[in-house]
Design a protein around this ligand. Sequence first.
Ligand SMILES: C[S@@+](CC[C@H](N)C(=O)[O-])C[C@H]1O[C@@H](n2cnc3c(N)ncnc32)[C@H](O)[C@@H]1O
Length: 251
Amino acid sequence: MVTSHIVELDSTGEKYFLPPNRSPALTQSGPMRDSVLLGSLLPAFGGNVYEQVRECFQKDGPRGKGISVVDIGCGEGVSSVVLGKAFPNSNICAVDLLEESVVVGRKKAESLGLKNVEFITGDAAALPAEWNSKFDLVFMHDALHDQAYPDKVLSEVYRVLAPGGIYFALEPTSYTKVKDNLEKLEGIQLLYMISLLHCMPTSLYSEGGMGLGAVWGREKAVEMISAAGMEVCSVAQNSLGRGQHFYCKKK
Ligand SMILES: C[S@@+](CC[C@H](N)C(=O)[O-])C[C@H]1O[C@@H](n2cnc3c(N)ncnc32)[C@H](O)[C@@H]1O
């Protein structure tokens, strides 16, 4: 699967990973659903293999037991709740600066009876001191570019990650050079508009805010994540084509 570029090998040559943009092609609901091998032969040999694998991942996560996750800049907890439901053995701590959003997220988790999702109000640039090496996964969904002090946030991400822990950030798809955005991305005007009217003021509101904006681009993101001491293992487009996933590891 590696030689056929279905699964990739990371830069250490020790770990395999499936880039998120390829996973739809490997599921029964994806574009390969009718393929003879995946759609019919494998289930015939392995019984109901998909269901069993899915159940195993949903209950226990890839390591066979739950992990400890922090969802930073969780907003009203859309992603935190999805993670909590999908991985009941994992603990999700959802953090946002805005108390109003945290209250909404907490109510959502309570109404769904999710005991493994906790919401707290906090600043990503100054996470609790006792969180050193606490989390297996730091998750940030569409929140890094909005930060006033993304460099401080990234060094906090590094601090709260356990050794070998994973930092996963979703950011809008863009490149750092305007020229690249013009040439490679259709409809990028909308993202520049949202960035100018929402993301940049959000960040610049705080004194000394960096004001990266939503169109800060993958090159700058890779540079800053690397400067915080993490290895950027892959950057992949999500299946909708409007977001890019940064999959990174604490060295
Ligand atoms: C674009 S929203 C994304 C919310 C959520 N992750 C989602 O995808 O629906 C960015 C979030 O980052 C939060 N945020 C901004 N600066 C923050 C900080 N310093 N600490 C924690 N949260 C912050 C905002 O309050 C906002 O909820």
